[in-house]
Design a protein around this ligand. Structure first.
Ligand code: NAP
Ligand code: F7E
Length: 329
């Protein structure tokens, strides 16, 4: 039975990846941080399932605390490590740049070092997945591929870029099996509520249920390559099953504007978005990323990965889930 360690297990991707690995027979260990309120909604169905008691195990730790990362590495001795933990909000990274750099960049270095020391002590091979981001391409012209020069536009993106190069350096300097995923935006009904897609679908559900009237948004012209998170965690797993470690763009190859997402979401409940959406400058960014559009040729040809959920299916899935929440709440 393979053993995996996931940082960021309570996040959107951590929850889908846990489900995928458990379905493949893995023993899954996750790192959680202490909070004053419970923050495990996305994984409660796994953590509280008696049948998974021995196969889904949580450990306290924090990307800011190298000693906790080293301790968990020694306790778990995993075959695969998936580093998904991050302060992942681009807008927030402008307000908390140092913290973002500490968790996203230095935190990754702490974990890579914990893995390196673990391998040195025990001689076991550990495969490492680093959650890179299309934000690292930032201002680079679309379409973006593995050959595109990075041009990050936020403290988050700069920090992810540093983490990316730490990962590459550990691969080259120490011969570690480290794969970088360059993942474009991926969404789901489990998406954090302050990211634009979920913010829109939550509002659409509440407006349709008569519980809200207005939705305040920032830049509607930004274009993103949006896929379904459940599809993307499969690409992460495939990267660690390859013969050689490498870096891969994971994307749908299709981009849409925030305005198109809004239109489609409101259309789904037969409402005119223009009557409900207002502009609020607080949701704009000091430097925006205008157009991200990934070229997934490499991940398709080398790893056989392709997205299964289309853009309209994704919007529909998210609106329906949030309609249900609004009706219940
Ligand atoms: P998410 O929902 O924001 O989850 C982030 C996870 O990181 C949460 O489990 C969070 O724990 C944990 N975390 C934050 N700070 C931490 C710390 N100091 N120590 C330990 N854990 C910490 O993010 P996601 O959408 O699942 O994304 C997963 C990863 O992929 C992230 O690294 C993100 O930057 C990257 N990424 C995401 C996308 C996307 O479109 N979703 C695209 C490219 C790359 P709490 O629950 O305690 O907050
Ligand atoms: O913004 C615009 C905003 O916050 C998308 C993270 O997972 O994906 C995510 O980063 C676009 C931007 O995602 C609002 O200006 C308009 O152009 O949903 P978002 P993001 O910044 O693309 C990448 C790949 C990651 O790696 C990140 O971790 O939407 N926008 N109005 C808005 N955005 C937000 N959040 N809120 C608004 O009201």
């Amino acid at each position: 039975m393979k053993r995996a360690l996931i940082t960021g297990v309570t996040g959107q991707d951590g929850s889908y990846l846990s489900e995928l690995l458990l379905s493949k027979g893995y023993e899954v260990h996750g790192i959680v941080r202490r909070a004053s309120t419970f923050n495990r909604d996305r994984i409660d169905h796994l953590a509280l399932d008696p049948a998974l008691h021995d196969r889904f195990v949580l450990h306290y730790g924090d990307m800011a605390d190298g000693s906790s990362l080293r301790r968990v590495m020694e306790t778990v001795a995993p075959d695969e490590v998936y580093n998904l933990a991050a302060q992942s909000h681009v807008r927030v990274s402008f307000d908390q740049p140092e913290y973002t750099a500490d968790i996203v960049a230095t935190g990754t270095l702490r974990l890579l070092e914990a893995v390196r020391e673990h391998i040195q002590r025990g001689g076991r091979q550990v495969r490492f997945y680093q959650a890179g981001s299309s934000e690292m391409f930032g201002a680079a012209n679309p379409p973006q591929s593995e050959a595109t020069l990075f041009h990050p536009r936020s403290p988050y993106a700069v920090s992810k870029l540093a983490a990316h190069w730490h990962a590459v350096n550990h691969r080259e300097a120490y011969g570690m099996f480290v794969a970088n995923g360059l993942l474009f935006n991926h969404e789901s009904p489990r998406r954090g509520e302050s990211f634009v897609t979920r913010k829109i679908t939550l509002a659409v559900g509440r407006i349709a249920a008569g519980k809200q009237q207005q939705l305040a948004l920032g830049n509607l012209d930004a274009r993103r390559d949006w896929g379904f998170a459940g599809d993307y965690v499969d690409a992460m797993w495939r990267m660690l099953q390859a013969d050689q470690p490498d870096d891969y763009v994971v994307a749908t190859g299709e981009s849409h504007s925030v305005r198109e997402f809004v239109e489609l979401a409101f259309d789904h409940v037969k409402l005119d978005w223009r009557k409900h959406v207002t502009f609020d400058e607080r949701y704009t960014r000091p430097s925006e990323v205008d157009h991200l559009l990934g070229d997934p040729t490499k991940v398709r040809t080398k790893l056989g990965w392709a997205p299964k959920v289309s853009f309209p299916q994704l919007v529909q899935m998210m609106v329906e889930a949030d309609l249900e929440i609004a009706r219940r709440g």
